[in-house]
Design a protein around this ligand. Structure first.
Ligand SMILES: [Zn+2]
Length: 177
């Protein structure tokens, strides 16, 4: 996450277009964009190719890599565990990935369970499903926590999903060492 977004979250970095090269730059970093519907088509294709079960693992692993990468840019700016949820909310919002409204934790012996309540996740946007659809976001959350705590996610589940008609997507992540 560019520093300007962390210090002034209400004023995200301006995007610059380099028409000569066909680039979009944000704080001098090249980004690419696509519509949420295009992104959903990509996720759907992965599920079709691999089947729902393996597809969900592939999407989870993609998200997990994104979460690890994102924390790499952000870790030095988080001063305490209490800021984790707020920072994630800011990073997601700056990137157009929705909101993290709440991130809480409770100890389970040597493990810890994190609960997150999210709104506006891309893979639940304007769609309906009988099952949770936000495997990518579940992975992002898991990778984000793994990278911050240098731990390993033992279990992760999306309990409620906006694509199932719920107001929020809620996730439970069990983190161990
Ligand atoms: Zn969801």
């Amino acid at each position: 996450l560019p520093y300007s977004e962390l210090t002034a979250p209400k004023e995200p970095a301006d995007l610059k277009r380099d028409r000569e090269n066909g680039w979009i730059l944000e704080d001098d970093n090249r980004i690419v964009t696509f519509r949420v519907k295009t992104f959903q088509a990509l996720a759907d294709r992965i599920s079709e190719l691999f089947g729902a079960k393996v597809g969900s693992v592939v999407l989870y692993q993609m998200g997990n890599a994104i979460g690890h990468a994102g924390m790499k840019y952000t870790k030095g700016k988080i001063t305490s565990e209490n800021e984790l949820g707020e920072t994630l909310d800011r990073v997601l919002g700056a990137r157009g990935w929705g909101r993290c409204l709440e991130l809480t934790s409770k100890s389970m012996g040597a493990k810890k369970m994190y609960s997150a309540r999210m709104r506006g996740t891309p893979l639940a946007h304007e769609r309906t499903s009988n099952e949770p659809t936000c495997h990518l976001m579940r992975g992002i959350l898991s990778g984000w926590l793994e990278a911050y705590f240098d731990g390993k996610v033992l279990e992760s589940v999306e309990r409620e999903c906006a694509s199932m008609g719920r107001p929020f997507c809620t996730f439970e992540i069990i983190l161990g060492k």
